[in-house]
Design a protein around this ligand. Structure first.
Ligand code: PBG
Length: 336
């Protein structure tokens, strides 16, 4: 900005443009509509099942038929996409539920595609929900060491992504943080005839305490150790840029920063450095904190949720993954 071209200070009256809703709308830099929202859904086997998750009020584990109902409501309110997580009936040490042709995510994909053909179906590609030990990849058999074996894990991730595409996924989102997973998944998708299926990489995913409620929701807490051997150190920003660069080189079409509100600096740097389509994931702990304070009457849930959404857009998110997607979309409808 060339400051010499600006009018002298006394003439500048920014409030002129804040006088009415219409003026404020005209000059809004980062409109945040329903069209930029993605709703995560937890699917489990069965029919007519809705199992509430304690630390995430209003969020349930859903059987595929109930997932269709939930997705229909969100879609009707204007949310264009859902992101599926699976809770399998059985876990093992090879995550077989993740890539089973009739796994729970695969079943939900087929049903959702049939019932809501225009809804965008994204899937989380990870192994932790399907592994007995709860880690995101393969652990040396019999070991209680949380060091996940990188390259053997890639094969299973690639297989999982291909099986999601086969079942109808429009977009796959690897969240495991193994090195080289985007390239492995891209190759597997291409080989299976899904060259047009985009990859949304959880590129800068931090080892965060904000994932606590999710692990209850997805029954995926690690049984020993933690995820710091594969997810990023919350102290690091430059490394996040390197992670994003790698994922883009390997073929990511969209990149993600996760968590969201505590990582606005990362989001901003990722968007301004790469200019790629960028997603922010407002994670379970962020959602739970707002719900808990709102339940006590300490904060205005609607105002804080909408403000948080705007903040993510302003920081550089093209799209936001949030458990509040349906509510946000409805509030926006009411307001317009
Ligand atoms: C799977 C995965 C996790 C989340 C998204 N994908 C959990 C984790 O990494 O422990 C967290 C989402 C949330 O907290 O809302 N690896």
């Amino acid at each position: 900005m060339n400051h010499e071209l600006l009018p002298p200070f006394p003439l500048s009256r920014p409030r002129r443009l804040r006088q009415s809703p219409a003026l404020r709308r005209l000059v809004r830099e980062n409109p945040a509509g329903a069209g930029q929202l993605i709703l995560p859904l937890f699917v489990r086997a069965g029919r007519r099942q809705r199992l509430p998750i304690d630390a995430m009020p209003g969020v349930c584990q859903l059987s595929p038929d109930e997932a269709v109902k939930e997705a229909t409501q969100a879609y009707t309110a204007g949310v264009p996409a859902v992101l599926l997580f699976g809770i399998p009936e059985r876990k093992d040490d090879r995550a077989s539920g993740a890539y089973a042709a009739h796994g729970v995510v695969q079943q939900a994909l087929r049903l959702l595609k049939q019932e809501l053909p225009d809804l965008l179906l994204a899937t989380d590609v990870c192994l932790c929900e399907y592994m007995r030990h709860g880690h995101c990849g393969i652990i040396r058999p019999g070991s209680r060491d949380a060091r996940v074996l990188n390259d053997p894990t890639l094969k299973l991730l690639a297989r999982t992504a291909a099986s999601h595409a086969e079942a109808g996924a429009d977009l796959v989102a690897p969240s495991d943080m193994m090195d080289g997973r985007v390239a492995a998944i891209r190759a597997a998708l291409d080989r299976a005839g899904f060259a047009d299926t985009p990859i949304m990489a959880y590129a800068a995913k931090f080892a965060s305490a904000f994932y606590g409620p999710f692990r209850e929701a997805a029954e995926s807490a690690p049984q020993f150790g933690d995820r710091r051997g594969y997810q990023m150190d919350p102290a690091n920003a430059l490394e996040a840029l390197r992670e994003v660069a790698l994922d883009i080189r390997e073929g990511a079409d969209l990149v993600m920063v996760k968590p969201a509100l505590a990582y606005l600096d990362i989001l901003h740097r990722v968007k301004s450095t790469f200019g790629y389509p960028t997603a922010a994931y407002a994670v379970s702990g962020e959602f739970a904190m707002i719900k808990a304070a709102a339940a006590r009457g300490w904060i205005d849930e609607r105002a804080i949720t909408l403000e948080s959404y705007l903040a993510l857009r302003r920081a550089g998110a093209d799209m936001v993954i949030t458990y509040a997607a349906k509510e946000i979309a409805r509030w926006l409808q009411e307001a317009s």
